[in-house]
Design a protein around this ligand. Structure first.
Ligand SMILES: Nc1nc2c(ncn2[C@@H]2O[C@H](COP(=O)(O)OP(=O)(O)O)[C@@H](O)[C@H]2O)c(=O)[nH]1
Ligand SMILES: [Mg+2]
Length: 352
């Protein structure tokens, strides 16, 4: 059983020593435990600090591509490095590394493919009441769309087994947390959650510089994901609302003209007609979205099979460089050999 702990990083030289310092080097039920960082085009000493701290693997993106892209590149590398379980945590030591055993237990027991750490946000002191409320509202929407029970959907502290990691393919640029839960709920991934501890806040959130940014970005992400995965529900509901308004306006016209003997409200007829046209267009968007959704599921299944073939062939992770497992003295050329996929002969036979 091999566990890789991955950490997405963007300019985290100050935070990494404490975060990595708390990570375990061995765990019960795990034979090999390695650390991987995804450096998303950092301009500071993130890589050097990670090497000093003994990180085993580095995925180094050449420029900044955003958290979701980095997360996906990390999952891909962990799979290709032979991980059976992948734990994702944040670079700012937000989550208690001592809860990793709790997080992986349902996966080790074979009861879950993906486990989301629940921070129990109402207990976090530095979360304002507004943020807690928004967080809960957003989580309720995601639970509904995903048909899961995850209480803390924006938590980045998670464990995935190989099956879950192979199946996930997040397309959002900005955040992967919400979309991955919805996707998991729709695919053959069993999602569970466990309560986890958090540490003191060490710095402001980089992802959400203000409350307004938090609302806007998460709201947009939820709408986008919901309309992508449930287009019929979203657009038919909108169409029904607009059509109902149109009918009320027409009803008013009919009442005034035929019952109240107050003719001449032609504007109501025009407005009602315009709204009805909009309602039909919205309904059509729902149908088109539904058709696209169907083809996306096939693309996703194809991607899943391509991944299995890649893993079988031992294709190397992209943007990979070895870390410095011994720690302290960073190497400039990289210490160990390439990724230990153990499939070199097979690859050579296939002339890859
Ligand atoms: N790959 C990548 N990771 C990022 C980026 N911005 C932030 N992160 C990482 O995402 C994690 C969460 O970021 P943080 O600022 O703590 O956001 P919070 O979850 O709102 O507290 C940390 O590990 C950051 O290093 C980015 O642009 N790219
Ligand atoms: Mg944070």
């Amino acid at each position: 059983m091999k566990l890789i702990i991955q950490i997405p990083c963007f300019n985290e030289e100050d935070q990494l020593p404490a975060t990595l310092g708390d990570l375990p080097r061995e765990l019960a039920g795990v034979d090999e435990l390695e650390w991987l960082i995804i450096d998303d085009g950092s301009t500071d000493r993130t890589i050097e600090v990670a090497k000093e701290q003994g990180v085993d693997h580095i995925v180094r993106l050449t420029n900044n591509k955003g958290l979701a892209a980095g997360f996906q590149a990390g999952l891909d590398a962990c799979l290709k490095l032979g991980a059976d379980i992948i734990v994702n945590t944040d670079a700012d030591n937000q989550y208690s590394a001592s809860d990793i055993p709790k997080l992986i237990q349902p996966v080790l027991d074979g009861n879950a493919d993906m486990v989301v750490g629940d921070r129990e946000v109402h207990k976090i002191e530095h979360f304002s009441p507004l943020k807690v409320r928004l967080q809960k509202l957003g989580s309720a929407v995601v639970r509904r769309a995903s048909e899961t029970e995850v209480p803390d959907t924006t938590s980045g502290f998670r464990a995935y087994n190989r099956e879950a990691a192979i199946q996930l393919g997040v397309v959002s640029k900005f955040t992967y947390t919400l979309e991955s839960i919805i996707q998991a709920g729709k695919m053959l991934v069993a999602v569970d959650h466990v309560p986890v501890g958090t540490n003191e806040k060490t710095r402001e959130s980089r992802l959400f510089p203000s409350m307004w940014a938090y609302v806007r970005r998460n709201g947009l992400a939820i709408f986008r994901i919901y309309s992508m995965y449930e287009p019929l529900r979203v657009f038919m509901s909108l169409a029904a609302i607009v059509a109902a308004v149109a009918l009320v306006i027409w009803g008013r016209f009919a009442y005034l003209t035929f019952l109240a003997d107050d003719p001449g409200h032609v504007q109501s007829v025009v407005l009602g007609s315009a709204l009805l046209v909009i309602a039909v267009q919205l309904a059509a968007l729902g149908v088109i979205g539904d058709i696209l959704g169907g083809s996306r599921i096939f693309q996703q299944r194809t991607l899943e099979r391509v991944r299995r073939i890649e893993l079988h062939m031992g294709i190397e992770p992209s943007h990979y460089e070895p870390g410095n497992p011994g720690g302290k003295h960073p190497t400039t050329t990289g210490a160990a050999a390439g990724p230990a996929t153990g499939k070199t002969e097979e690859r050579e036979a296939l002339k890859l």
